[in-house]
Design a protein around this ligand. Structure first.
Ligand SMILES: Nc1ncnc2c1ncn2[C@@H]1O[C@H](COP(=O)(O)OP(=O)(O)OP(=O)(O)O)[C@@H](O)[C@H]1O
Ligand SMILES: [Mg+2]
Length: 113
């Protein structure tokens, strides 16, 4: 199993959500986040050092999926969230040890479908 964390523009959330549903990846978690990437925004001096102070508003989509669904999931996010512009966001991929559905106690791939 894999965990995909995609940090994207809030304006792309609906399209990504729709795309994942159509790709039969319906189970997602969405978290509003703030962060910064490479680009410098305005900076301030804090305790003597220059600090970039503006955090961008983004959303994080989390999907835990079977290994078989990984490339499909990544493709959907790339197709729906990329404008080929700086600040589009990023995708992080992790291995997942196990998953358990509380209602049925099933574990592993069965628990995440
Ligand atoms: N290495 C990272 N670790 C944690 N969060 C990150 C990382 N890189 C980017 N992010 C998050 O993703 C958001 C969007 O990042 P962004 O797309 O601007 O990345 P970037 O590295 O600056 O690439 P680009 O040059 O394409 O803009 C950031 O505001 C931050 O929340
Ligand atoms: Mg950036």
């Amino acid at each position: 199993m894999k965990k995909v964390e995609a940090i994207i523009r809030p304006s792309k959330l609906k399209a990504v959500q729709r795309g994942l549903k159509e790709a039969e990846i319906p189970c997602i978690t969405v978290i509003p986040v703030k962060g910064s990437g490479l680009q410098k925004s305005y900076s301030e001096r804090y305790r003597g050092t220059e600090q970039s102070m503006i955090l961008q508003t983004r959303v994080m989509i989390i999907c835990v999926i079977s290994d078989d669904n990984l490339e499909k999931c990544v493709d959907v996010i790339l197709e729906n969230a990329s404008e080929n512009l700086v600040g589009d966001g990023k995708i992080f991929i992790y291995n997942v040890e196990d998953a358990i559905r509380l209602s049925s106690k099933v574990r592993g791939n069965e628990a995440i479908l």
